[in-house]
Design a protein around this ligand. Structure first.
Ligand SMILES: [Zn+2]
Length: 460
């Protein structure tokens, strides 16, 4: 990319940036990800610290999807003539790069979008992520809200009435919500969600299918246990094929894709084809060819989901780095932080290092630190856990001596609140007496320490 001297959008001092105006996926496959992440023409001004995309007209071209999109940031205030002077040569360049046979009518009709967001939406739409899918998602959320608020006696009726709209995504969303509730220690919600899940598994068509998949997952697990961890790839392929062909149901295919996607590689599908070709009966060959096609489609769907997830996480991470108060912003996204999220964040940090994006890298580090901090229990909680795990009052007193900064009225109030909760049952109930005792000890310790402090101990 050519280094260009431009004026900083904020302080108007000259800065040098890599400006790219033509994003041609045919020439540069990562161009798509660049646009979707918003991480292109990135400016980090050394004079005023401004960070953001440098606003400039761009042309996006994806020859396979026959997409030719033009985006001219309105804030530039360019006249039609000025726009054409910049955009025209970019489109010509995109066409020149194409072999003759691929030059089609869409190239004569570039489509203008009015915002970066609509540019991104058009690209996603061409990937099959439609408005309908977004609407289906909204419908799903509404149904879940209904299920979470309706009286328990009505749950089965609602589930039966909504049978048609309850699909695998519904179950995925439900499990994610359960995980999130457990992570937030929201026991009541988790319990309610689990009840909905149980009933949905029992009373819906998709639930029945899901149970079959679970059974097949168990069967597959047993097969793998029997083969042991050091099974040679050839044997594994043969055994998996045998297992699949013994009963090639949809649930078995689903289980295979869910548990062993990496094993379903090119060699596996080749072995599958060879096996089919050995079958003398033509109708049987035809039937198994369809099974093979179906398995291939399932693996592709799984891959696409993984890709979408990664894209969403990258966008989320990117938007976090723009927040003024990163610590606070991180609090809002904790429910979606899982191992996959942290891996993508690390990968994003590595990319920033490689590209030399120092400021962006520092922001990512801040996001990382904020997440680690938010995930670690606060010192008060750690201190209380230590106290509760220490059986002997003398040893507890020593702990208090060691953590004088945590022996505060707030700490005493905190324990009082927990003790009150414990009295109402719930997960703390078994600690009721211990909490009372620790409360007494801590209150006593604090009072005597304050007395000593007023006598000139100097530590208070
Ligand atoms: Zn500046």
């Amino acid at each position: 990319m050519p280094k260009t001297q431009v004026l900083c959008p904020q302080c108007k001092q000259p800065i040098v940036v890599d400006i790219q105006r033509l994003f041609d996926v045919g020439q540069q496959p990562e161009a798509k990800q660049l646009i979707l992440s918003g991480m292109f023409n990135w400016v980090e001004c050394p004079h005023c610290g401004y960070q953001g995309p440098y606003p400039t007209p761009i042309v996006y071209h994806d020859p396979d999807k026959e997409l030719l999109l033009v985006y001219v940031p309105p804030e530039l205030g360019l006249s039609q003539d000025e726009q054409e002077k910049i955009v025209g040569p970019l489109i010509e360049q995109a066409i020149r790069q194409l072999p003759q046979e691929k030059r089609k009518a869409y190239l004569l009709n570039p489509q203008q979008v009015l915002s970066l967001r609509s540019l991104q939406e058009r690209i996603l739409e061409a990937d099959g992520i439609t408005k309908e899918m977004i609407e289906a998602e909204e419908k799903r959320v509404k149904l879940l809200q209904r299920l979470l608020t309706a009286p328990e006696s009505e749950l089965v009726n609602i589930l039966k009435a909504e049978d048609e709209s309850i699909d695998s995504t519904f179950f995925q969303t439900l499990s994610q919500l359960i995980d999130a509730a457990l992570a937030g220690e929201d026991q009541a919600s988790a319990q309610r969600l689990r009840r909905v899940l149980e009933l949905a598994l029992e009373h819906t068509t998709e639930g029945q299918r899901q149970r079959e998949v679970v059974d097949e997952l168990k069967a597959l697990d047993q097969l793998l246990a029997r083969l042991g961890p050091h099974v040679p790839p050839d044997t594994l392929r043969r055994e998996l094929l045998n297992w699949l062909l013994e009963k090639p149901t949809d649930s078995r295919l689903q289980a295979l894709v869910t548990l062993l996607r990496p094993a379903l590689d090119y060699a596996f599908f080749q072995a599958f084809t060879e096996r089919i070709n050995q079958i003398p009966d033509e109708a049987e060959r035809e039937r198994l060819t369809q099974v093979r096609e179906r398995l291939l489609a399932l693996t592709q769907a799984v891959d696409q989901l993984a890709q979408q997830y990664e894209q969403q996480v990258r966008q989320l991470i990117h938007s976090l780095t723009h927040q003024e108060d990163i610590d606070r912003a991180v609090q809002g996204i904790l429910p979606v932080v899982d191992e996959g999220f942290l891996q993508i964040l690390q990968d994003e940090m590595e990319r920033a290092r490689q590209r030399g994006q120092v400021t962006y890298g520092q922001k990512l580090q801040q996001v990382w630190d904020a997440i680690q901090k938010a995930l670690a229990p606060p010192p008060e909680v750690q201190f209380l856990e230590q106290l509760l795990a220490t059986p002997d009052p003398k040893a507890r007193r020593q702990l208090m001596e060691q953590h004088l900064d945590l022996v505060t009225p707030e700490m005493v109030n905190y324990i009082a609140r927990l003790r009150a909760q414990a009295e109402q049952g719930g997960p703390l109930a078994p600690y009721k007496e211990l909490l009372q005792q620790v409360y007494n000890e801590l209150a006593h310790f604090m009072t005597t320490r304050n007395l000593r402090g007023s006598n000139g101990d100097g530590r208070a």
